[in-house]
Design a binder for this molecule. Structure first.
Ligand SMILES: Nc1ncnc2c1ncn2[C@@H]1O[C@H](COP(=O)(O)OP(=O)(O)OP(=O)(O)O)[C@@H](O)[C@H]1O
Ligand SMILES: [Mg+2]
Length: 351
């Protein structure tokens, strides 16, 4: 079965083809991505209307390049998958509209995918794919969640952020330091030359005893520190970046270890853009090695939004019998859509 996947929830247009063969892990045939980052950089953040217009321009040429690379034709596609939510409504509607138009034209069914489930299952695209069950640390631009994952569609939320996401903490702190958007990778690069102990920053909820996160206070502390430094900020930026990264990483590390202890699981899966952070990876690797826990990450270029994870999540849901594709081309989207609401027993999903 050949699944075409389309991602357009925010500022990346992604298209991919994934093939399933029996119960084997689906195989990525080809994927293509266009990032709008340079377009939004001038505004310091994503401009939704510009994002939607750019998705319209990009999606079909990207699809063409994916078919060319995979040596497949449109007629070979069995299911057209698209990101149904969460995300920007207008941006989501582009992917949904194109998917439904293709499905209707080809006489093939469509399947709406949850964006976070795409992130969550993205490590299955890497050569070192995980096995169920595992603890998942989902750290993206808009979400920070710890989950127990027992299978496709079998997710139990263990804890999540009560305010800002870790990616947001990276981005907002970077903005305060005058770094370009999105600031996470820039802040991480700058942090390499800084001293993480140069500033004392808070580790919110570190000892709360539960698995929830809070990063809004950290951003405020970075702002206070930046103001205090005034003209000296420029010379101390690397130190402040290193201290910020250290605070975020320490909280993510500690809570992930607590989740492993509480569940008794011996496998950790990290997904989402912040999962590309090298300091986080180094520290998680070391802590997990000490506990005899295996850690899995998506490949670096598949940590942030992409079409491959959407096609993969669709293929895995179909294989697991969690969802049937539909020939109702309603292109409905869900800009707000909690991941927990996906959780149903396979027999319910098919009903
Ligand atoms: N090396 C890095 N270090 C820290 N943060 C990073 C790094 N690379 C990317 N990020 C952060 O990852 C985030 C983007 O990740 P992703 O694309 O998964 O999120 P999103 O799609 O914007 O959000 P969501 O999936 O929650 O809707 C941004 O906040 C970005 O700054
Ligand atoms: Mg995302």
């Amino acid at each position: 079965m050949l699944v075409l996947g389309i991602e357009s929830s925010c500022d990346e247009t992604g298209v991919a083809l994934v093939e399933t063969q029996g119960a084997a892990l689906p195989r990525l045939c080809a994927h293509a991505l266009h990032s709008q980052i340079t377009m939004h950089q001038a505004y310091g953040g994503v401009v939704p209307e510009l994002a939607s217009r750019d998705h319209i321009r990009r999606v079909l040429p990207l699809a063409q390049s994916v078919f060319d690379e995979a040596g497949k034709r449109l007629a070979d596609v069995d299911v057209v998958a698209y990101t149904r939510g969460p995300g920007l409504a207008g941006a989501l509607l582009v992917g949904a509209g194109v998917a439904c138009a293709l499905g209707a034209a080809l006489g093939k069914p469509v399947l709406g995918v949850h964006h976070l489930e795409g992130h969550l299952l993205s490590p299955f695209l890497s050569a070192d794919a995980p096995e169920f069950p595992f603890v998942a640390l989902l750290v993206s631009g808009g979400h920070t969640q710890l989950m127990r994952v027992d299978g496709v569609g079998r997710y139990e939320m263990l804890g999540e952020t009560i305010d800002d996401a870790a990616g947001e903490a990276f981005d907002k702190s970077a903005k305060l330091m005058g770094l370009p958007y999105p600031g996470g990778p820039w802040l991480a690069k700058l942090a390499e030359q800084g001293d993480p102990a140069a500033f004392k920053l808070p580790r919110p909820l570190l000892h709360s005893g539960d698995l929830d996160f809070s990063f809004a206070g950290l951003k405020t502390a970075v702002m206070t520190q930046a103001r205090k430094l005034g003209d000296d900020l420029e010379g101390r930026k690397a130190d402040l970046a290193a201290a910020t990264q250290a605070a975020i990483v320490e909280v993510l590390l500690k809570k992930s270890m607590t989740a492993l202890t509480q569940t008794g699981l011996k496998r950790l899966v990290v997904a989402g853009g912040v999962g590309a952070n090298r300091d986080l990876r180094t520290q998680l690797d070391a802590a997990c090695a000490r506990r005899g826990v295996r850690v899995h990450y998506p490949e670096l270029h598949l940590c942030t939004d992409n079409g491959a994870m959407i096609a993969m999540a669709a293929a895995m849901r179909l294989q697991a019998g969690m969802q049937q594709p539909t020939e109702v081309y309603a292109f409905d989207v869900k800009p707000r859509w909690p991941l927990d609401s996906l959780v149903r027993a396979p027999e319910d999903a098919l009903a």
